[in-house]
Design a protein around this ligand. Sequence first.
Ligand code: LRH
Ligand code: MN
Length: 388
Amino acid sequence: MTTTSRVREGLEQLSIELPSWAFGNSGTRFKVFRHAGVPRGPFEKVLDAAIVHRVTGAAPSIALHIPWDRVDDYRELAAHAAEHGMRLGAINANTFQDEDYRLGSVAHPDPAIRRKAVAHLFECIDVMDATGSTDLKLWFADGTNYPGQDSIAGRQQRLAESLAETYERLGPTQRMLLEYKLFEPAFYTTDVPDWGTAYVHCSQLGERAKVVLDTGHHALATNIEFIVTMLLRVDRLGGFDFNSRFYADDDLMVGAADPFQLFRIMHEIVTAGALDPGRGVVFMLDQSHNIEDKIPAVIRSVMNVQEATAKALLVDADALARAQRDGDVLTANAVLMDAFNTDVRPMLAECRAAAGIDPDPIAAYHRSGYADRIRRERDGGVGAGWGA
Ligand code: LRH
Ligand code: MN
């Protein structure tokens, strides 16, 4: 197999799931900037995701967030998505914006609040039953701000009970994806702060419970590709929330802050054969585009993942294995750096052209006139946001 065909085949396996909330107004605690033309609801978010897929050919599904994407008829939304070449993907629960969740949700000291939170998770499974989605994605803001505020062990026990009740409710082909985050909005303990805690809970729940790795959810200087390799080793990597950051959970375009880290992550994925959709690793974006145009930012993000993946597919695995076996440190490192330093953009443009897609997705988007059309059509009505 030639290198180009290896890269082309690998890229054909890669599909990226888009976050509905990346198309809506989002921001920081200081300001949510309103952009003209943002979608006013889930049906328009699907249309924005569809044009990203049209110009990249690599983003056939969109993840929803409940209640941000709550509709009366989810089957109608799924049909609308299919009509535009899209599939509804992971269903994200939200137990971090209700007044009752000040001290937590699924780990809250008050059993009534925990029941309310679990009822919301059940609602999300009902949505999955209606949309045909297989993944219930759970991120909890739950934690404490001060030592002594609550029992660390007690919260873990409550969390485990709430997760077990929810796992029980899943259908036989449905998965629970548990996402961890080191801190924010909790600043002393977070109940699911790291991959180890997420892994412990998932392994106690059952084989359809997997860990989600959000690239913005670690302490600075964390070797994320090491965590990727470990979770693959125990078959507990359910997926990624891709984005990039310079400091904390910045939610910037994936690959923008650290393209080398993204390459190293995709190198571990390719080496483990986990690009194969059959391995069940979902490549999702989780970003918020506060100051930049949202749709081109999402297109750029998809292209960044494609570029990192193409470079990872270029790694000469035999030469690398030989150098590693021989303890030839510099050669081994050089094999990887040669791939990373290869400009794969011409090859990607070729792959797109071969697939009947414009070699330059960003230019194709601008030429489509879509941006002007949505600015005109969506003038009036309230742009969707994340309601913080
Ligand atoms: C939490 C998080 C989670 C989503 C939210 C939009 O920081 O990464 O994945 O629910 O962002
Ligand atoms: Mn995330």
